[in-house]
Ligand binder design. Structure first.
Ligand code: CP
Ligand code: NVA
Length: 299
């Protein structure tokens, strides 16, 4: 049987994603220490970039399910010395039950998946961050119910998180209003594929009009540290502030994948305010990924 991979939200059907979110909520609310579907199973986690949430949630999730997780950094493996990805994928997948990768180049994950005998999970690339969207969708469902037909405002960089929000708009059937500097728009092919669900606005307040959820992310992602100063200037009018939240619906939620820079992409008042659900959102990485691991490994 060919393994199922989770490299993009588009790898699962809308129905599969929806039942995964419901399963994540169930796993969270009815934790059973005796439920150990991963007993004897191993997840290999390859991190070419830093992580707090992704590493801990996958590692804790596997442990809670009775399995184990290996943290592998290119610095300490032959990957860092240029062993071909194809060979590495064949070797690693012959010894473990699932592989998670966090890399800069998206092609690294797709190449790995092509040569892997076991499911491959995208733990973030420069293009996409689908695991974060599982947690974000779970958080919305828990606080406000189904997101279908709702309006989400994305403020800031057209980056990996923005791309995954566009894919989520397709899969979960919501409208995505994007406010970002013209030169930092998301990839046109990803926007085009979402059709009428995505619209662009010039200011955060315009994008946030009638929004049910307001989301942002850092102005400079991992690997763009040297652009920080330039980006602070370009993005200065694309901050989520109290003014932005006032344009949204009165019961709108605020989310951020974290880590956040208070005073840059979001004011402290908003991220630490009553509409912010950033900590349940972060915790849900654990529950959503447990549901994902169960879906991919226990088929
Ligand atoms: N949101 C997220 O992926 O966090 P980490 O970089 O800490 O894993
Ligand atoms: N856009 C950010 C997300 C971090 C979780 C980055 O790629 O660094």
């Amino acid at each position: 049987m060919q393994p199922r991979h989770f490299i993009s939200l588009l790898d699962l059907s809308s129905a599969e994603l929806r039942s995964l979110i419901l399963r994540a909520i169930q796993l969270k609310n009815h934790r059973d220490p005796d439920f150990q579907p991963m007993k004897g199973k191993v997840l290999a986690m390859i991190f070419e970039k830093s992580s707090t949430r992704t590493r801990i949630s996958f590692e804790a999730g596997m442990a809670q399910f009775g399995g184990s997780a290996l943290f592998l950094s290119p610095r300490d493996t032959q990957l860092g010395r240029g062993e071909p990805l194809e060979d590495s994928a064949k070797v690693i997948s012959s010894m473990v039950d699932c592989i998670m990768l966090r890399t800069d180049k998206h092609e690294t994950v797709t190449t790995f998946a092509q040569h892997s005998k076991v499911p491959v999970i995208n733990g973030l690339t420069d293009l996409l961050h689908p695991c974060q969207l599982l947690a974000d969708m779970q958080t919305y469902f828990e606080h406000r119910g189904d997101i279908a037909g709702k309006t989400v405002a994305w403020i800031g960089d057209g980056n990996n998180m923005c791309h995954s929000y566009i894919n989520a708009a397709r899969q979960f059937d919501f409208k995505l209003n994007i406010a970002c500097p013209v030169d930092y728009r998301p990839q046109q092919s990803i926007v085009d594929a979402a059709g009428h669900r995505v619209a662009f606005f010039s200011t955060p307040e315009q994008a946030a009009q009638h929004a049910d959820l307001v989301v942002t992310d850092v102005w400079a992602s991992m690997g763009q540290e040297e652009e920080q100063k330039k980006r602070e200037f370009v993005f200065k009018d694309f901050q989520v502030s109290a003014k932005t939240m006032a344009a949204a619906k009165a019961d709108a939620l605020f989310m951020h994948c974290l880590p956040a820079h208070r005073g840059e992409e979001v004011t402290a008042e908003v991220i630490d305010g009553p509409q912010s659900v950033i900590f349940p959102e972060a915790e849900n990485r654990l529950h959503a990924q447990k549901a994902l691991l169960e879906f991919l490994i226990c088929r």
